[in-house]
Design a protein around this ligand. Sequence first.
Ligand code: CP
Ligand code: NVA
Length: 310
Amino acid sequence: MSVSMKGKSLVSVHDLTIEEVWQILELTRAVKEKNLVGEPYRPLEGKTLGMIFAKPSTRTRVSFEVGIYQLGGVGLYLGPKDLQLNRGETISDTARVLSRYLDGIMIRTFSHQDVVDLARFGSIPVINGLTDLLHPCQALTDLYTILEKRGKLEGLKLTYVGDGNNMAHSLMHAASKIGMHVAVGAPKGYEPAKEIVENSKKNAAFWGTDVVVTNDPVEAVRDADVIYGDVWASMGQEAEADERKKLFEPFQINAELVKRAKDDYTFLHCLPAHRGEEVTAEIIDGPHSVVFDEAENRLHTQKAIMALLM
Ligand code: CP
Ligand code: NVA
């Protein structure tokens, strides 16, 4: 059964129902199939997506811009120096003004509250393209990629190893919502936020699945079907990079650590990656890694998201 998502924003995966997540995954499959055979799919003819970027991006920028174009619309790139936001114009005024011109906004920025406010004060769908707290488009893409590679989601164990950051948070939301077991192995002091863990545990209670946060990477990876990596220092944390390198060393995803996972484990990473830090080249460039299919799937998943919301 399909549910209308028209006009809604995607700020957090936690705001979506299980049915809405499945609708995104199913439309992603259809959109990807059309793309592969060259069949046009242009439900957003004449529409404009504003794309606000306060942080750099390769995948998000290019996949959203190409995606809106393939859907029949136009993408408008608004970089860190382009808006009066940078000169103190409020988020609420920006939201109300942009709503008069655009049909949707994708935003990548630092403060999560800014995205919440943009959605609250604007009258058009807002899509979160990463904040310091969350990265929902990536996590939904990751569910799709796991489904594509493993044929199912329910009952699989996803293990995230590293910093309890935006990526860990959205993956916890997404995987727990859809019936997967979730384990996070993070250093002491770098665990995911309490509220995210609690929400994920509530999701898991519905399924009877596990959500585990541990400071032991070996315990986290035990019997994992999916192992997920991300950088140790996220955008905006560059000054902490050296200190984190030492602290996070035992959390490197390498040949020794993955021995604890299932033999047929799948390796994912949102990219960009630092080979030799959070993951060794042997693993990210090895036979279990699907990171470039995962990156490609950003395009298909976000096309599905835009087609549903805009
Ligand atoms: N994974 C991801 O969001 O990549 P970018 O920072 O290149 O957009
Ligand atoms: N945690 C990373 C994800 C990049 C896609 C960051 O925020 O920089």
